[in-house]
Design a protein around this ligand. Structure first.
Ligand SMILES: NC(=O)c1ccc[n+]([C@@H]2O[C@H](COP(=O)([O-])OP(=O)(O)OC[C@H]3O[C@@H](n4cnc5c(N)ncnc54)[C@H](OP(=O)(O)O)[C@@H]3O)[C@@H](O)[C@H]2O)c1
Length: 326
């Protein structure tokens, strides 16, 4: 492969894909509005995908590999129409959120998907991904649809996985508040493993890009070990956390990676196809070590997009300690 076009390419995952391709000697062109520079020596073509003529500058060329990471079906459909004939290979980055079933443990790529979004529907991430996948599937025999689970690693703009590094680092010898972990799994994949798979895979069809299934409690314990946390842990019950306005999964005032008890399958999907097609999974300990280092550099007290602030956590812990012993 000599050239690749990334629709995106300046964001977190897409920037890592761009870097990986360049490391492999591929000439990379990125299409983006230009809010960030293109990594390395990639060419940046500036354009807004809300403008359907944006692909004109790119359709005069032939591409060995086009990679699209958009979560807007209209953007993906327009790109397939404009550039589909110019591409020898096409990879679309979808998500496990395309699946309708978050309960079945071990489900593979044949699991039922959401109903695809239609033009004019209110925006919903999963149905948009499904409509985008449908467009990419028309490039039969040339297209790979990658469905990542939670992507983690240094530089993660969502601040979810890194919250746990920040929480134990800022606690030091004090206690840290944990969600209920019993019966819950965590299934994450390192951003550079996803990027390497997208850059090198030759498979077509749909493939989950998900890591091994670990008990959630073990994953949270890895952060304590990696940072030398000497304080204790205090687990709160699901109902108590919900009553106290603590959110699941992501965002402000949340406990990241914690999911409602009934979502048993969301972080417990099959990665058999990923592994059979050359997908690599580094050791979770190595990703955790890198994330801890990244959080130290970025600052554990910085404003975050996910998790509890230090004062929110201290207030919740104080309230939990006032509860009568059961
Ligand atoms: N994070 C996770 O755990 C997770 C899990 C499953 C799947 N995923 C999928 O992984 C992918 C994440 O990719 P990423 O990290 O590279 O995303 P990102 O950091 O949000 O970057 C988005 C890229 O698209 C460009 N872009 C956005 N709007 C545009 C527009 N209107 N016109 C032209 N370019 C536009 C951005 O550049 P400009 O802003 O300069 O235009 C940037 O290059 C997504 O497909 C997401 O659904 C993520």
């Amino acid at each position: 492969m000599t050239n690749a076009l990334i629709l995106g390419g300046t964001g977190w995952l897409s920037g890592r894909i761009s870097q990986r391709l360049q490391d492999d000697g591929v000439d990379v062109t990125c299409l983006a509005r230009g809010s960030r520079a293109a990594p390395g020596s990639a060419e940046l073509v500036r354009g807004d995908r809300d403008d359907p003529r944006v692909y004109e500058a790119l359709s005069a060329r032939e591409w060995d590999h086009v990679i699209d990471i958009s979560s807007r079906a209209d953007h993906v459909i327009a790109a397939v129409v404009a550039l589909g004939d110019r591409a020898a290979r096409w990879t679309y980055v979808s998500s496990v959120s395309a699946y309708a079933d978050d309960v079945t443990v071990g489900a593979d790529e044949s699991a039922r998907l959401h109903v695809a979004a239609k033009p004019g529907d209110e925006y919903e991430y999963g149905p948009q991904k499904v409509a985008a996948e449908d467009a990419v599937r028309t490039l039969d025999g040339r297209a790979l649809i990658v469905r990542p689970g939670l992507i983690v690693g240094s530089g993660d703009p969502s601040d979810r996985f890194g919250y746990w590094a920040a929480a134990v680092l800022r606690a030091g010898s004090a206690d840290v508040l944990l969600p209920p972990t019993e019966g819950r799994t965590a299934q994450v994949i390192d951003v550079d493993d996803v990027a390497a798979f997208i850059a090198t895979a030759t498979a077509t069809g749909a493939i989950n890009a998900v890591g091994a299934q670990h008990p959630l409690g073990d994953v949270l314990a890895l952060f304590r070990t990696a940072t030398g946390h000497t304080g204790g842990t205090v687990s709160a019950e699901e109902e108590w956390l919900v009553e106290h306005g603590v959110e699941y999964w992501a965002g402000e005032r949340s406990l990241p990676l914690w999911l409602p008890a009934e979502m048993t399958g969301f972080m417990a999907r099959s990665n058999a196809a990923y592994l059979a097609n050359g997908g690599f999974l580094r050791r979770l300990e190595d990703t955790v070590a890198e994330v801890v280092q990244d959080e130290r550099v970025r600052g554990v007290e910085r404003e975050r997009r996910a998790g509890l602030t230090g004062s929110e956590e201290r207030e919740l812990l104080a309230e939990l300690r006032r509860l009568p012993l059961r």
